[in-house]
Design a protein around this ligand. Structure first.
Ligand SMILES: Nc1ncnc2c1ncn2[C@@H]1O[C@H](COP(=O)(O)OP(=O)(O)OP(=O)(O)O)[C@@H](O)[C@H]1O
Length: 829
């Protein structure tokens, strides 16, 4: 079995046209031009400012008469210099204007080097803050030299002093400094404390080493050198990302460390003393280790060296990346994507539920009478009206056995002359007995009402699904991610397809195309075709396959196996990231702690929807059951969720293996109690009234829900709304899976032959027809296995080679010749 994995991201670059490249070049040229202008302007500012402080006063009158050519100025940059210096320094911010030189220089450099300007925002913001703060400070401190604070500083200072006085102004200035220290420098009491502690220790160390004869001048020099190096390195680290944030995740850890050889320390200590004891932990990491802390004890010969705590570089780097670029946003590729609006959906009922008082009264009386006939007295009865069913909650008199009421189910139904009575005895968690009676005039639950409900809109779930409304008329919202897989079954025409559409629509209303992808399998070819329009937004498919919606059962096997490959790939990514599930993984990826260069990517949820599962099991049997069971067992953690619908709830379709892995199940109306048991492990689905009336279970409790109704034109409108928006270049591509039918693996070895090889040969020889479909039928095999058998028969020489549409020739005439053939083969081997 040859498998190749090719993980492809949806945002695969489309073919870059020559035009695009050209426009990029133009862009770059403009940037370089503009950048150089900025750099030159910064130089001009510097010259103008310096000469303003030397000759400013003399130029003051000339600035007012710029047009007069006879006026001469002393500024080194002529009238222009005098003018800009006047604007920035005199009328502006005074000495603090020098920071503009830095700002323009940096902006120019960023443009010339084509570095993202995002970081500049931060720099401009804080520098402008400092400029204003400084100009107020100078205006405040040097009232006699107004040019130090500039007109702005001077005036602001006057303004502040007029309102809050000198003390108030100085407090504001101090507050400004605190803001800068906290947010820009990121100072906290802890950092200050640790700084002082470190300096104290350094002073102590210096003092001691000075005293200790072991500390030769060599040592001090080295230590000094190390410190200097650290300072330089730190500066570099500060500056580097400003100029080179190209590689977001790379960091050369060695650059962060001062280079010091432990051995030199050890040697120094040993050479000076006769019997020194030096304890140095973890000598294995001697190269490029951080500074070690040396603790001197009272005994001068005993020096303890303590390895410092290692910095968590990744953390720092990630938070720095997040500070610079913000959290990773997976929706950025389609940032203008607009979610479908609620008005695309239709409102079916005008008002809410209509309560028919007479009907309620009548039903109540009948229930009471029927029970009284069987000597069951009722203490209290309460009715809750739902959209299609009313729940009568009964509190029986003390001493009445619940099983007695339950056994009267059919009698009560008969006396109420209604289809679909369901008795819940007792209602879990309530201690009452429930009798559900269908309403004469059920209210249709529109998809609009459930999608628009606050419960759905505000649902904090990974994959919220609005299924419909419960008996107490509450919107019923469940999380597919928690289910984690859903089985939907029900007889034909009871609302399965509408239910599937409701599930898909819910997800379309809540999830961005970057966050969820659907794999749709639709053997009926008509149910899910509408979703074709959103192929490039929401669908996933195999590479090189035409339509994303799979209608051919043989292709399903490849898709399922490909999903298994995707699952394995995702598990290894999760393992690599040391997280347990997709949510943690994506959170980590968003906070830029995972490097895309190591294959990490944002993982969208994948929802596999199989309509008509029975059909699939019939044609492909075990070959689909195995990958489905594998996905169902393992895929929950990595965000692959399965929704399987079938109208034939028989045990050979919903097998034990499938059932064990699908705790969440929806049953629409079925025809027999046995079917109900097959789906829900309990009866009840046979007593539903159809038209979207359903039972939902996720373990123990069974909830009766009226499924929301969504019609085909509504789905069409939604898919059209989404489909007409900008999309990804292609559908989300699943990893490639090369199935066994590719013919590459002809099993030539006799020992590796299929166990049914002899039987298959006999069938082919008897029928004198070499076709895989014959084997499929006779041996009840899937397409793949039958194909492989034919390949083996060809390799053995029993059938001829592939001849297009004609069946293969059979080279052995009858069964006796076949026996002879096998005997010969055995003797030869
Ligand atoms: N939630 C609902 N509310 C009201 N009517 C519904 C609802 N669901 C289904 N119906 C009615 O039942 C009809 C059949 O529904 P649907 O096509 O979903 O059945 P199905 O189980 O998918 O049938 P099949 O298996 O043959 O495709 C719909 O045309 C609609 O009139």
């Amino acid at each position: 079995m040859a498998k190749t994995t090719k993980t492809t991201a949806p945002d695969k670059k489309s073919d870059n046209t020559i035009e695009q490249k050209k426009s990029w070049k133009m862009n770059r040229q403009y940037k370089m031009l503009l950048g150089s202008l900025f750099v030159l302007f910064s130089v001009a500012l510097l010259v103008a400012f310096i000469s303003f402080f030397i000759h400013g006063q003399e130029d003051q009158s000339a600035v007012l008469e710029l047009a007069d050519r006879s006026q001469t100025v002393n500024n080194w940059l002529g009238k222009f210099g005098a003018f800009i210096a006047d604007i920035f320094v005199y009328r502006g911010f005074g000495v603090a204007s020098f920071l503009f030189v830095k700002l323009f220089f940096l902006t120019g450099s960023f443009l010339v080097l084509d570095i993202s300007l995002k970081r500049l925002k931060n720099i401009w913001f804080w520098d402008l803050f400092v400029i204003i703060l400084f100009s107020i400070f100078f205006g405040f401190s040097f009232t006699r030299l107004p040019e130090l604070g500039g007109t702005i500083g001077y005036e602001m200072n006057l303004f502040l002093q007029a309102y809050i006085g000198k003390i108030g102004t100085s407090l504001i200035l101090i507050f400004g400094i605190i803001i800068y220290l906290i947010f820009k420098i990121k100072i906290s009491p802890e950092t200050v404390k640790s700084f002082f502690e470190r300096s104290k220790k350094e002073i102590d160390d210096d003092f001691k080493t000075f005293k200790t004869p072991a500390a030769t001048s060599d040592y001090n020099l080295e230590e000094f050198a190390v410190k200097e190096e650290v300072e330089i390195e730190e500066e570099e680290i500060e500056e580097e990302p400003e100029l080179k944030p190209i590689s977001k995740f790379e960091i050369n850890k060695e650059n962060l460390r001062p280079t010091i050889l432990n051995s030199s320390e050890i040697q120094l200590e040993t050479s000076s003393k006769q019997m020194p004891l030096t304890i140095s932990p973890a000598p294995a990491h001697s190269i490029s280790e951080p500074e070690k802390q040396i603790i001197h004890t009272n005994d001068e010969t005993f020096v303890i060296e303590k390895a410092p705590e290692e910095e968590v570089v990744e953390e720092n780097l990630a938070s720095r990346l997040v500070a610079d670029f913000g959290l990773f946003d997976p929706t950025l590729d389609l940032s203008n994507y607009k979610f479908p609006t609620i008005d695309l959906l239709k409102e079916y009922s005008t008002g809410g539920i209509t309560i028919n008082q007479e009907e309620l009264e009548e039903n109540k009386n009948r229930i009471v009478e029927t029970l009284r006939n069987y000597k069951i007295e009722i203490a209290q009865i309460k009715a809750t009206v739902g959209p299609s069913v009313t729940l009568y909650e009964i509190v029986p008199e003390a001493g009445i056995r619940i099983s007695k009421i339950k056994s009267l189910e059919d009698d009560i139904a008969l006396s109420l002359s209604a289809l679909g009575i369901r008795i819940i005895a007792p209602i879990p968690g309530k201690g009452t007995i429930g009798i559900e009676v269908p309403n004469k005039n059920p209210t249709m639950v529109s998809m609009k009402s459930v999608i628009g409900s606050a419960k759905f809109q505000e649902a904090e779930m990974e994959l919220p699904i609005a299924l419909g409304k419960t008996i107490s008329n509450e919107t019923f919202v469940v999380d597919l991610a928690k289910m984690p897989h859903l089985l939907m079954a029900g007889a034909t025409g009871q609302g399965k397809s509408v239910g599937l559409n409701a599930v898909l629509t819910s997800l379309l209303y809540k999830k961005h195309p970057a966050e969820v992808k659907f794999v749709l399998v639709d053997p009926k070819k008509v149910e899910l075709t509408l979703f074709n329009k959103i192929e490039r937004h929401y669908l996933a498919k195999l590479p090189d396959s035409g339509d994303a919606i799979i209608t051919d059962n043989t292709k399903v096997i490849n898709t399922l196996n490909s999903l298994c490959v995707e699952m394995d790939n995702r598990y290894s990514l999760l393992k690599d990231a040391m997280v347990r599930n997709i949510k943690e993984y994506n959170d980590k990826f968003k906070s830029r702690k995972l490097n895309p260069e190591n294959g990490h990517r944002f993982l969208p949820y994948i929802v596999l929807v199989v309509d008509e599962f029975a059909d699939l099991i019939m044609t492909a049997g075990k070959e689909v059951e195995t990958p489905i069971a594998r996905l169902a067992q393992l895929a929950r953690a990595i965000g692959i969720h399965l929704i399987i619908a079938t109208q034939r709830p028989s045990v050979n379709v919903i097998t034990g293996l499938i059932k064990a892995n699908f705790p969440a199940r929806i049953a629409f109306r079925v025809t027999s109690k046995i079917d109900s048991r097959t789906i829900l492990d309990t009866q009840g689905a046979d007593q539903l009234i159809g038209r979207g009336d359903m039972l939902y279970t996720n373990g123990n409790d069974v909830v009766r829900v009226q499924c929301a109704f969504i019609d085909t034109p509504e789905v069409e409108k939604i898919t059209e709304y989404i489909g007409s928006q900008k999309a990804y270049p292609d559908a989300y591509l699943l990893p490639e899976f090369i199935g066994e039918e590719s013919g590459i693996n002809l099993d030539m070895d006799i020992s590796e032959r299929d166990s049914l090889f002899r039987e298959a040969a006999e069938i082919i020889v008897t029928a004198q027809q070499g076709s895989a479909s014959l084997l499929q039928r006779k041996l009840k095999l899937g397409y793949n296995r039958a194909g492989r058998l034919i390949d083996q028969l060809e390799a053995a020489g029993i059938v001829g080679s592939f001849e297009g549409s004609k069946a293969r020739a059979v080279n052995i005439l009858d069964l006796s010749s076949l026996d002879l053939f096998f005997n010969n083969e055995q003797n030869n081997s």
